[in-house]
Ligand binder design. Structure first.
Ligand SMILES: Nc1ncnc2c1ncn2[C@@H]1O[C@H](COP(=O)(O)OP(=O)(O)OP(=O)(O)O)[C@@H](O)[C@H]1O
Ligand SMILES: [Mg+2]
Length: 273
């Protein structure tokens, strides 16, 4: 217990060093690093999942296997990683101005891309608690939701599902009604700190609901280091991008903007990919 508290404090102070404005609420204690072996065991103990072939093609999981089709997501992974490392950011929210820009599809593809980065541990959480989108895209079942985890009712170690060796997923087995209240609770922030301390991910990705449609993001984004704004080609308007960027910049750092569903990418990734 004491070890966990120590690790939580370490995670918090690292995040504050990275420029996050969230204040510390717990006493400072001397950091103790868990042994590599116990960390490895904790990851190994997570339930491993397989994504069925049928879901890979049906749900545009183009990054599930290494190759040209995975190129754009591998490129996005690398750009995220470069920025995160240079700024010591560890928590990245995927947001969009309106729905259906492709956040959950991107989160699922990035889970595969980060999985190929075998020297990294990545956690991908579906915090669009109203839709269970990521679980459906990956064609999984689970008993609980991330709301159960964020309320402290179910430990992440019991709920999480492991994709390959080094990616842990937090999905939603059903939809949650009071999503905004759960996401903006103090408890949710504490649970994220303990999860970060217990699993030591190099990166945490959060699949969020759309900014314009619900208030869930506004209460939660103080818990992340930055947000990546996904927009949809031929649908998202300049005004929507402008408003979203302004709203985001009041809540967290804006890592960048990703144009999704663009038709004209031929040659953009070099070597004819
Ligand atoms: N790059 C892409 N090209 C074409 N279609 C895409 C692309 N990315 C996602 N889609 C499709 O767009 C639809 C919405 O995708 P997705 O559910 O990932 O969006 P979302 O932003 O998570 O939506 P929501 O805000 O409702 O959670 C899906 O049918 C998905 O297959
Ligand atoms: Mg979604």
């Amino acid at each position: 217990m004491e070890k966990l508290q120590v690790a939580i404090e370490k995670a918090r102070s690292q995040r504050q060093k990275a420029g996050n404005p969230r204040p510390a609420t717990e006493p400072v204690v001397k950091p103790v690093k868990p042994t590599d072996e116990s960390l490895r065991e904790r990851w190994k103990d997570l339930t491993q999942i397989d994504v069925p072939e049928s879901a890979l093609s049906r749900n545009r999981l183009v990054a599930s296997a290494d190759g040209p089709a995975a190129g754009p997501f591998d490129m996005l992974r690398t750009r995220i990683l470069q920025q995160a490392r240079s700024r010591e950011w560890k928590r990245v929210a995927l947001v969009s101005p309106h729905s259906a820009c492709g956040k959950s599809t991107a989160a699922a593809n990035l889970a595969f891309s980060f999985g190929r980065q075998s020297d990294l541990r990545t956690i991908v959480l579906d915090l669009d608690l109203r839709r269970s989108g990521l679980r459906k895209i990956l064609s999984q079942h689970c008993q609980h939701t991330m709301a159960d985890v964020l309320r402290g009712d179910v430990p992440f170690s019991k709920h999480a599902q492991r994709l390959g060796e080094n990616v842990a997923l937090g999905l939603n087995g059903s939809t949650v009604r009071n999503a905004a209240e759960v996401l903006q609770s103090t408890k949710a922030g504490e649970v994220l700190d303990s999860l970060q301390a217990g699993f030591e991910p190099d990166l945490m990705l959060f699949d969020m609901p759309p900014l314009m449609e619900v208030d869930d993001n506004f209460g939660f984004l103080g818990n992340v280091d930055c947000a990546l704004l996904l927009i949809e080609a031929e649908r998202t308007t300049i005004d929507q991008i402008d408003v979203a960027e302004r709203q985001l910049s009041e809540l967290t750092n804006v890592m960048g903007v990703v144009l999704n569903k663009a038709h004209y990418t031929e040659g953009a990734y070099g070597y004819g990919y």
